[in-house]
Design a protein around this ligand. Structure first.
Ligand SMILES: NC(=O)c1ccc[n+]([C@@H]2O[C@H](COP(=O)([O-])OP(=O)(O)OC[C@H]3O[C@@H](n4cnc5c(N)ncnc54)[C@H](O)[C@@H]3O)[C@@H](O)[C@H]2O)c1
Length: 308
């Protein structure tokens, strides 16, 4: 399998690190506007291969032409927020970058599955869907998978259980209106409140935990100027699900066409992921307050989309 990563900044580099160290891919291509950066990262990574147990993939730093025939393309390219700029300004700048970029990606890899990471992630994915012929199942956003990872970690600390034994998601928007459908959340098979009661733990303050989850990314960003480990692990998780045709359920941004009562908008919902990308969109029955939260995310994303 050939995977190309466009954008060799903090996030793209970390994704390549996961691929070099832990994946089965046979070729990794790194592309950046600053070519020397991609070359240096790939050169540096190549020196890890004598000591790691990866599959000794072919490592390439180059231009868009080198991505030819990729099975998966990950997009992390974009501008960073500058002083005096708003997130809305950033959306406009990144949409211009990505419109041009997706044309090159499609020219070289029309059969690829494209995973977008560049923010605002769902709106940028929609911009690229409009500017290309990729079907919705093969041009997706990393969505709320990272928010879900943060939520599961925070909940795991409350219930004192390994997060891999918890089930739950954050859905809707990778941003301020992301919400947790608690009716679907389980700790070792039990509802969260039931588990807490049975184990002598305080009940979860649901709104506080949602807010703590949403704040996690900002708190990291404030301290180190980016977030990269969690998002890279999330993207690697998506790549593994595709590579292994896992049919795993991951909350990713996909263009909704009537699902959950929403049309023509990329939002994060639970998707079944396999070799063809989004194989199916799961349809959960939300509790009324969850459905209302979903529509709040919808309103927010439609307003953001109107800007680009
Ligand atoms: N979706 C998420 O959960 C999530 C999490 C973290 C970061 N992000 C987003 O991912 C993006 C990357 O973050 P980062 O911290 O790696 O930023 P960064 O500034 O470290 O890296 C961005 C890279 O993109 C490159 N680039 C810019 N325009 C390009 C182009 N046209 N072609 C090729 N390369 C180009 C830059 O040279 C730079 O190396 C940002 O939009 C960020 O907001 C999303």
């Amino acid at each position: 399998m050939k995977v190309s990563v466009i954008g060799m900044g903090a996030v793209g580099t970390e994704i390549v690190g996961f691929l070099v160290n832990m994946s089965e891919v046979t070729e990794i291509v790194a592309v950046d506007k600053v070519r020397e950066r991609a070359e240096a990262e790939i050169w540096d990574f190549s020196h890890t291969t004598p000591f790691t147990y990866a599959k000794n993939p072919r490592l390439v730093a180059g231009g868009m032409e080198d991505t030819q025939g990729s099975d998966i393309v990950v997009i992390t390219a974009g501008a960073q927020l500058q002083k005096g700029q708003t997130r809305d300004d950033l959306a406009r700048v990144n949409s211009a970058i990505l419109r041009e970029l997706i044309a090159g990606v499609e020219r070289h890899s029309p059969g690829a599955i494209v995973i977008n990471v560049t923010n605002p992630v769902d709106v940028m994915t929609q911009v690229m869907l409009r500017a290309s012929s990729y079907p919705r199942e093969r041009l997706i956003s990393a969505g709320t998978l990272i928010d879900t990872a943060r939520f599961l970690r925070i909940l795991s600390e409350h219930v004192r259980i390994d997060p891999k034994n918890l089930y739950g998601y954050m859905l809707g928007d990778h941003g301020a209106t992301g919400f947790i459908p608690w009716s679907l959340c389980r700790v070792c098979g039990a509802e969260v409140d039931t588990f807490c009661r049975q184990n002598g733990l305080p009940l979860v303050d649901r709104e506080a935990m949602r807010q703590q989850t949403l704040d996690a990314g900002y708190r990291i960003f404030e301290r180190k100027g980016n977030t990269n480990h969690g998002i890279a692990a999330s993207v690697f998780r998506i790549i593994r699900a595709i590579e292994g045709n896992e049919q795993s359920i991951l909350p990713l941004g996909v263009l909704l066409q009537g699902e959950y009562g929403v049309s023509d908008l990329v939002m994060s919902v639970p998707c079944v992921i396999g070799r063809r990308g989004v194989e199916r969109i799961l349809r959960h029955e939300f509790a009324p307050e969850e459905q209302a939260a979903f529509h709040e995310s919808e309103r927010h994303l439609r307003a953001l989309r109107a800007l680009v």
